[in-house]
Design a protein around this ligand. Structure first.
Ligand code: FAD
Length: 569
């Protein structure tokens, strides 16, 4: 079944639920008018449907492979990437001074979402580029910016992020890659990095690695880490490719999914690198890239693809009789199949709307520098990442169930969504680590940013009371429960008690945010399909938050009651 990028869903979202008006009202983004936004989404949708989506199966069936030390990409990927680059999609949010379009992150994230639903393996290439561009814009010297940004923005060159080493995964501070000052403005980088997404390819141009490494005598842990730009080919001053640098692909990982995305083990042997940001300021600089990637990891897009696939199958498949004439004898008439498909659709909307409000907060923070917007963006980032990817996994799994036995058979393509999306809960910081970030770092303000958000939601709910009294009451009560749980959380001085409930707390938070955004959609589409979907979500899915909040406030004691030996027994 051909993929249809969710262009209309985004138009509705940006016009009625997570309005872009405030973003357009800033000087920075005043050019992103309603017409521009609509035209961009329309064009991106066409590219996703016609160019990117047809590569989805090709990447799965013909994985990238290593040949004589060079990565060969899946058939059609080079051409697909060229079209993405030529359309200017890599540099959508980038600084116009270097050739970017300077568009809001909200639009970039929307296009990334639509593209990841079309083919996540390929979309990861522009995503890595976008993250690197943003990191360089914020932290690199003018000389680096002048040389690299135009090439990265045009997509002539691509970017990667290199944190992980065999002994340093979630614990980035354990990394041992070394950097030594050459005394001429360059550094010698040595060490091994693993799992590097699009770490090499045959798309042409240069592959630019942002690499975390440690200078001699730097302190242990994350504080002692610096960031370096290490290109595969050392560019001449005019940007032409010069001599080959000391970075090589040792092997490619054999993965459960995203076969079209080359995941490389890279060896750096006295490679020449340039410092980005300050010595020992590497983590702060890399966080710019990581936060960008967290918003665009692709869970929601895959959920969209899996949903469309399952719906098309259900419309055709006939099994047993149902009383529902509108389903024309298909399995769509069965209550349980309806439950699965409506749950998928309701969760996709919730996750997408949360991500969109996160992107708007980022744009407002960028445009205004306002502290409250920065805090909002930071608060929402772990929720967007973890809930979006968990939703992707759950929806892809349900998509298999809708197919019955055919879901387990590779030819239908239902399984690919589940295989491809699984990693999104692992990379860019596992979802467990995201939840810990939410209950620890993002609550260092004593819950101030969360409380401001709860107040805002309640003000919106107030406006819905007359039209939808029951839905408004349910959402209001859920916000109050979340507020109480948040107060409990910030009162815990033993961090283990916070961490023990972090994952259920994050999920409950997302459930409540989703309910608020569904309610807003219902207000804008009274009597329409969006109101019906909101009723489904608020009545059947929102109540999950209550059980999750019990779990969130249970503390750590029981988790450690069972000893490691008793776990084994
Ligand atoms: C396909 C793929 C692509 C990737 N792309 C890149 C890339 O481009 N660049 C890059 O640098 N890396 C990349 N990664 C690496 C990825 O970011 C790491 O796998 C991830 O950060 C987890 O690290 P780990 O695999 O070592 O797991 P571990 O850190 O060993 O984690 C194992 C388990 O322990 C939990 N855990 C670990 N520490 C804690 C803690 N402090 N508190 C609570 N729980 C904890 C984790 O949540 C997880 O459940 C990629 C990985 C994959 C699989």
């Amino acid at each position: 079944m051909p993929y249809r990028a969710p262009v209309e869903d985004y138009n509705f979202l940006f016009e009625h639920v997570v309005s872009l008006d405030s973003v357009r009202g800033t000087e920075r983004f005043e050019d992103a008018t309603l017409d521009v936004t609509r035209a961009i989404l329309e064009e991106a949708g066409k590219l996703c449907n016609e160019v990117v989506a047809p590569l989805q199966r090709s990447g799965d069936l013909n994985p990238a492979y290593l040949e004589n030390g060079v990565v060969r990409t899946s058939p059609g990927f080079a051409e697909g990437f060229r079209k993405i680059a030529e359309g200017g999609w890599v540099g959508m949010a980038a600084d116009p001074e270097y050739g970017g379009m300077g568009l809001p992150m909200a639009l970039t994230a929307a296009v990334g979402d639509m593209m990841s639903g079309a083919c996540l393996s390929l979309q990861l290439a522009p995503l890595m580029g976008q993250g690197q561009i943003e990191a360089l814009e914020h932290h690199a010297s003018d000389a680096i910016k002048d040389l690299y940004l135009p090439k990265l923005i045009s997509g002539e060159w691509t970017g990667t992020m290199n944190l992980t080493e065999p002994q340093a995964g979630s614990d980035v501070g354990a990394l041992t890659s070394k950097a030594e000052d050459n005394g001429d403005g360059t550094y010698r980088i040595s060490g091994q990095k693993i799992y590097i997404t699009w770490g090499d390819h045959d798309l042409g141009g240069n592959v630019c690695h942002l690499v975390l490494a440690r200078l001699p005598d730097a302190p242990a842990g994350t504080k002692g880490i610096s960031l370096f730009l290490v290109p595969k080919f050392i560019p001449e001053a005019d940007g032409t490719l010069g001599k080959r640098n000391g970075v090589n692909v040792v092997s490619l990982e054999h993965k459960m999914g995203i076969h079209g995305s080359p995941t490389c083990v890279l060896e750096y042997a006295d490679a020449t690198g340039w410092l980005v940001g300050k010595e020992q300021g590497g983590m702060a600089a890399m966080f710019t890239m990581m936060n960008n990637a967290r918003l665009g990891v692709g869970g929601i897009g895959i959920a969209e693809g899996a949903f469309q696939h399952a719906l098309a199958y259900a419309q055709d498949r006939k099994q047993g009789k149902t009383q529902d004439a509108s389903s024309k004898g298909s399995i769509l008439g069965h209550a349980d199949v309806r439950r699965m498909l409506t749950t998928m659709k309701a969760d996709i909307f919730a996750a997408r709307a949360i991500a969109a409000s996160n992107a708007v907060a980022i744009d407002m923070a960028t445009a205004t520098g306002d502290k409250a917007w920065k805090a909002r963006a930071a608060l929402l980032t772990p929720i967007t990442k973890a809930f979006g990817t968990d939703t992707g996994i759950a929806v892809a799994d349900t998509g298999i169930q809708v197919h019955g036995g055919m879901g387990f058979i590779e030819e239908t393509g239902a399984a690919q969504f589940a295989r491809d999306v699984r990693v999104t809960a692992i990379y860019e910081g596992t979802n467990g680590i995201q939840a810990m970030d939410l209950v620890a770092r993002k609550m260092m303000d004593g819950g101030e940013a969360a409380t401001a958000l709860f107040d805002e939601i309640e003000a919106d709910v107030d406006k819905a009371k007359e039209v939808f009294p029951q839905m408004a009451k349910d959402v209001w009560e859920a916000v109050e429960s979340l507020r109480e749980a948040t107060e409990w959380l910030v009162a815990q001085t033993d961090m283990q008690d916070r961490f023990a409930g972090a994952v259920p707390y994050l999920r409950a938070f997302a459930r409540v945010l989703g309910a608020h955004l569904h309610l807003k959609a219902a207000m804008a589409d009274q009597g329409g399909a969006r109101e019906k979907l909101a009723r489904f979500y608020i009545q059947r899915m929102l109540p999950e938050h209550a059980a999750l909040l019990v779990h969130a406030q249970a503390g750590a004691k029981e988790l450690y009651a069972l000893s490691p030996d008793e776990l084994v027994a």
